[in-house]
Ligand binder design. Structure first.
Ligand SMILES: [Ca+2]
Ligand SMILES: [Ca+2]
Ligand SMILES: [Ca+2]
Ligand SMILES: [Ca+2]
Length: 528
């Protein structure tokens, strides 16, 4: 019996070591280049927008190629994960931006393009109408008007100050359609050149100088319900890496093809604090590169009042390899709730390449992915999502975000919201979703769901709009890697223990048999 037990114990410890190896922090690089697996030969062009074009619940990618062609890469379950579907050529007009959405309310995704006609300093707008989950190159509407800047896509509202030509707007603008005053109702945040007060609660203005522009973009994306619009707070001050000093890319206002937004926001490590991806420029050279900015506790006087700041992760070799990056944004590759990275670089011939980097940071943290959309709907600007829950120490924790608050100038916002939950695997106590309400309507359009399972995907259908009580929600579970590994390990342990029990049982039986035989023998002997 002794040796068998010893054997079992040593095998168990070997197994637990193997488990630790499986479940413990992975030593591999934090980012993994998966460009070929995703795109094969299609990894060229500028990533211009995201949206589920064919309503199969998988987010598709909208590209601009050679400045004049729109290509939609549809997400697929087989390698390569993105395959070209729609291709549209626009003659001698250059495409400056792509805004997918349903512009006629037939639940088919349409595509709004801003285009830059030859010999003109302004832009025009063309909408291609979606039909049967594809685009007909002959079915489009061209607006009979030219604009100085790109439009902001939002819900229909009565107060359309954005279209009031008497008000001077910044060009390029960074207007947004987002809730700023905790009433779950997206309002318009416009950045004007001068102060204006015209509309009521649905309108906020902010006049920004050129220097504040970058901060403004950042601020808009990380905005939460407690923010005040009173002052600017530096959250990133150290841009020195050894001897090299990096800086933000100066804003290029020349239309077409400028990428004025150089910061995109996403919680890559799911700790509940939004991180950022930024394009920085080597101030002594000419290289532009994408850097991941981690949201960490503040450690200097300048950010004390907000308690948080950004720290640049300088040493990410897969990001550092991409030279002359022009756009870097978050995107959920494999739709598993973990935000990955897409980077666009420009070569010396002004050709653009796409790089896909899978996020392998072993954060051991949880998330909730929420999509607010109308039945059979498409990209929906305006929903506001917030959770409150208790963290593992019992402290109240909350996070919130607006869905599709910006659309112009390669805002590249995702058609859903991913909120990090940190390391606590508890159920979410409360999850609130609100949608914009018309001016004059008193009651807030907001609904609450309780006890949401972490690592799940929630599709909220706020319909009918004016009756939040009847809104429905569908919950999809996305088993994360760690859950899967735990399950495999558990089953392995069970099988192993069963085998040991079997062996021990068999040995015991054998010993019993021997004892019986000996006894029988003794009995015979005694009888003699
Ligand atoms: Ca799709
Ligand atoms: Ca439509
Ligand atoms: Ca974070
Ligand atoms: Ca992912």
């Amino acid at each position: 019996m002794g040796p068998a037990l010893e054997l079992a114990l040593s095998a168990l410890s070997a197994l637990s070591a193997l488990l630790l190896l499986l479940l413990g922090p992975r030593a591999a690089s934090a980012l993994q280049d998966v460009t070929a697996e995703l795109f094969r030969a299609e990894a060229h062009g500028v990533v211009a927008a995201f949206g589920d074009f064919n309503s199969d619940k998988q987010t598709d990618i909208f590209l601009i190629r050679s400045r004049k062609e729109l290509v939609i890469l549809l997400a697929d379950v087989k390698v390569p994960y993105f395959k070209p579907n729609v291709k549209l050529q626009l003659g001698d007009k250059e495409i400056t931006s792509v805004m997918p959405g349903d512009y006629d309310g037939d639940s088919q995704m349409d595509v709004l393009l801003t285009v830059h006609p030859k010999d003109l300093d302004e832009i025009t707008v063309i909408i291609f109408w979606g039909n049967n989950r594809t685009l007909d190159p002959h079915s489009f509407t061209e607006l009979n008007k030219t604009f100085l800047d790109e439009p902001l896509v939002m819900e229909n509202q009565t107060c359309n100050i954005a279209l009031d030509s008497a008000i001077k707007m910044r060009v390029p603008h960074s207007h947004a359609f987002i809730d700023l005053n905790k009433d779950f109702t997206a309002g318009k945040l416009l950045n004007t050149l001068y102060e204006h007060r015209k509309c009521n609660r649905q309108f906020f203005h902010l006049s920004v100088s050129k220097q504040q522009y970058f901060y403004f973009q950042l601020f808009l994306n990380v905005i939460n319900v407690h923010v005040s619009l009173q002052q600017w707070i530096p959250v990133l001050t150290n841009l020195k890496n050894g001897e090299t000093i990096w800086g933000f890319v100066p804003q290029d206002t020349a239309l077409p093809h400028s990428f004025p937004i150089t910061i995109h926001i996403g919680d890559y490590n799911m700790d509940g604090f939004p991180d950022a991806l930024a394009i920085l420029r080597n101030t002594s050279g000419s290289n532009k590169q994408a850097f991941l900015l981690e949201n960490v506790p503040c450690n200097n006087a300048s950010c004390k009042s907000v308690g948080r700041m950004f720290r640049v992760l300088w040493e990410l070799s897969d990001l550092n390899k991409i030279k002359n990056a022009v756009v870097a944004t978050f995107f959920d590759i494999y739709e598993d709730g973990i935000l990955d990275l897409l980077v666009v670089s420009e070569d010396t011939n002004a050709e653009f390449s796409i790089h896909a980097l899978r996020n392998n940071f072993d954060a051991d943290a949880y998330f909730v992915k929420v999509i607010g959309k109308y039945p059979f709907g498409v990209n929906q600007p305006g929903p506001y999502i917030m959770y409150t829950t208790a963290d593992s120490n019992g402290y109240l924790k909350n996070a919130s975000a607006g869905q599709l608050s910006q659309s112009a100038h390669f805002a590249l916002q995702l058609p859903y919201v991913v909120l990090g939950l940190g390391r606590s695997a508890n159920f979410l106590d409360h999850l609130y979703v609100g949608i914009p309400r018309p001016l004059g309507e008193k009651s807030i359009r907001k609904q609450e769901w309780t006890a949401i399972i972490p690592n799940s995907q929630l599709i909220v259908i706020p319909y009918p709009h004016n009756s939040p009580k009847s809104w429905s929600a569908k919950l999809y579970l996305t088993p994360s890697n760690i859950v899967l590994l735990t399950a495999i390990a558990l089953i392995g342990v069970c099988v192993f223990i069963l085998a040991i029990i079997g062996i021990l049982h068999w040995k015991e039986k054998k010993a019993d048999d021997r004892e019986k035989r000996q006894e029988a023998h003794r009995f015979h002997f005694d009888a003699m």
